[in-house]
Design a protein around this ligand. Structure first.
Ligand code: CAO
Length: 438
């Protein structure tokens, strides 16, 4: 019978209760000796825990987010035939044998000779001659585990240009693969390169006094996300306006009742409700392009995100099941989520799962703008300040309260005609207040 080895966390120095940020194998996988199994992240560095032997993983005992210390069980390995004669179970080791040490990530930028792909060995072919040269400084600062770094080195990918989708923006194997795919398809690369001209660096201090402040956490996360969307999604913005004169009368009449039950009735509340109806009517707007770009994923749920301007930057909490909620329920969610956002108390789950986003600048001012699609969503609605305007009713000009709408969409999925139908539908729903009662 094949030997089974319980693989445990080896000596990882003084660290305890260290979070697993990446589980790199699954039950049934065949691994080689030294294949990384999991990645741990301490507040100082990330480290991979390699397999002490070759064989098949028959049971995985950990998951992403688990906390482990030295001796914690990671997996059960059925040792490969050739390993069985050589590999002793950890507790059968001879005294001089050392436990496998975790592969620690260098805290400092790696030295060029240590990190550049070994030219004398057989270097894997670069996926494209157009891949940008690796910038060692940004590569070393990228938030990625050693195995992802090694993988990126093998492919010649500059991690500094890859947008991380993992916890705290960490770059995963899939992000590296996605980056290579995007370059192969001739897609744009975030942060410049692959044909994108770089913005030249300017020494501002040469022209006067300056003060440099680090970007806050939210901006560090949202910036690359917005940039990735901007360079990957072919954006078009459709503008329209909705006559909300009657709706505004109804809103004012209901506002104090709503406040009594903790609901915030602003124009945005009604816009969320109207968008939920429009998403049901036009399912393309409630879809996403699959990761490989080969298919369209339709969502049967309707969660709508709305941008909140907080002292620390932009966050987008999500109103769940907006299609099933009354105006008062949406108003309650809006009030609670905006407050949590401003107090910095939103949880990750509050900001996940959105199908469509709304960015409302209506309380501030302005007429129209071009919001950036919150990819992989395919559309976002910008709402500006409603204004009284003279509107021709066929006989005379009437004073009507007009709400400016700006719908940016991903032109790979949405056609211009569909976008115009979507905003016209929204305008009709908002103009006819009975559509939004409840
Ligand atoms: N037209 C006219 N008045 C509007 C309006 C509009 N489109 N939208 C809101 N108002 C009014 C509200 O009715 C309210 O007045 P009353 O108290 O008299 O009803 C007042 O403006 C303040 O509204 P609010 O800001 O408290 O509430 P909201 O629902 O409109 O917005 C929120 C909530 C969280 C979206 C908003 O506070 C916010 O953060 N907006 C900024 C979003 C942003 O930054 N987007 C850009 C993202 S891209 O960089």
């Amino acid at each position: 019978m094949a030997d089974k080895i319980e693989i445990k966390v080896p000596d990882i120095g003084d660290f305890e209760n260290v979070e697993i940020i990446d589980v790199l194998v699954k039950a049934g996988d065949t691994v080689e000796k030294e294949t990384p199994l999991i990645t741990l992240e301490t507040d100082k560095a990330a480290m991979d825990i390699p397999s002490p032997a070759a064989g098949k993983i028959v049971e995985l005992k950990v998951g992403n987010g688990d906390k482990v210390s030295e001796g914690s069980a990671i997996a059960v390995l059925e040792a490969a035939a050739e390993e069985k004669t050589e590999t002793k179970k950890p507790d059968e080791k001879k005294p001089e044998e050392k436990k496998p040490q975790a592969q620690k990530e260098e805290a400092k930028p790696a030295k060029a000779e240590e990190t550049k792909p070994a030219e004398s060995k057989s270097e894997p072919a670069r996926p494209s001659a157009d891949l940008p040269a690796v910038n060692e400084e940004t590569f070393s600062k990228a938030h990625a585990s050693p195995s992802v770094r090694k993988f990126a080195r093998e492919l010649g990918v500059d991690l500094g240009k890859v947008t991380g989708s993992g916890v705290k923006g960490r770059i995963t194997h899939d992000d590296v693969k996605g980056f290579v795919k995007s370059v192969m398809r001739g897609g744009a690369v975030a942060g410049g390169g692959a044909g994108l001209p770089q913005v030249r660096a300017v020494d501002f201090a040469k022209f006067g006094d300056i003060e440099t402040k680090p970007l806050n956490r939210i901006k560090k996360i949202s910036g690359p996300h917005l940039h990735a969307s901007w360079v990957n999604v072919p954006h078009v913005t459709q503008h329209d306006e909705a006559d909300i004169t009657d709706l505004e009368t109804m809103r004012k009449a209901l506002k104090s009742d709503a406040e009594k039950v903790g609901a915030k009735l602003t124009p945005l509340t009604f816009v969320i409700k109207a968008c939920a109806q429009a998403l049901q009517e036009f399912p393309d707007f409630n879809s996403s392009l699959s990761a490989d770009g080969e298919s369209q994923v339709f969502k049967k749920y309707c969660h709508i995100g709305f941008a909140v301007d907080t002292p620390n930057g932009l966050v987008v909490p999500v109103v769940r099941d907006a299609d099933k909620k009354s105006i008062f329920d949406i108003g309650k969610d809006l009030g609670e989520l905006s407050e949590k956002a401003r107090d910095g108390k939103l949880k990750a789950a509050d900001m996940q799962g959105g199908c469509f986003s709304i960015s409302s600048l209506g309380s501030i001012g302005g007429t129209y703008f071009t919001p950036i699609v919150n990819a992989p969503e395919v559309a976002i609605l910008g709402v500006s300040k409603a204004q009284m305007k003279p509107v021709w009713n066929g006989k005379k000009f009437m004073p009507r309260l007009m709400l400016p709408l700006s719908l940016s969409y991903d032109h790979r999925i949405i056609d211009g005609a569909a976008a115009a139908r979507f905003t016209s539908f929204l305008a009709e729903v908002l103009a006819e207040r009975r559509n939004l009662v409840l």
